[in-house]
Write a new protein. Sequence first.
Length: 269
Amino acid sequence: MRDLISLIKEIAGRKRLILDLAKADFRKRFVGSYFGVVWMFVQPVVTVLIYFCIFQLGFKSVPPVPGVPYVLWLVPGIVPWFFFSEALNTVTNCLQEYSYLVKKVVFQVEVLPVIKLMSSLMVHCFFVVIMIVMALCYGRAPMVTWIQVIYYTFAASMLALGIGYFTCAVNVFFKDMAQIVGICLQFGMWMVPIMYQESMFADVPLVLTLLKFNPFYYIVAGYRDSILTGNWFFERPTMTLYFWGVTLVLFFAGMKVFKRLRPHFSDVL
């Protein structure tokens, strides 16, 4: 708990620096690119189109929410995954990227993963706006539960940050960690019912149980609850308690590993 309080104080004390570095990191991604920020949208949009063609046009998948087109059901599931995967990937590599700051004795390196998370959050905000515009274009009436996306974004951020503190610390000493994270994310995407319905495994209760053990299941279900069905997070009390229990354990474990390895970062980098 002391680590969390210390991190919150550090973020509060350096919020201006963190925001400035996050903005700089966001702009740096597109420096030298002819189309600039357009590339931020291209890959996610192409990914959505591919899955739409495969599952809607090919497999004729019917979403579980009556009267909701497949693409409108798909987007609230895949948008948080884009955010989570990008945040975890960038956080994992943040110590190498900002090695010149890690070597400065006066700089608190604990904020570097937060900077990367904030940069990814800026991208995520664009996609949340697109998701809401799509819902409006398909004739969905605005619901008060749409504001709940803020809560689930925070939940996804805490999960990514908790895992990210561990992976970025280990990545300093074990360079293959970044590749392992990338592979796990590719595999992990299929361990969450984003493109498919969990009802496909209704006859295999073990698979349904395993899907719900994945903490990101809570995020995907929450985004769809917020945008499509109008359900609140407290209507899933067991899942909420389970998610935050797992997330806090991962966060404190990641911070402990980070703190233990931090004195050796500058020597290795």
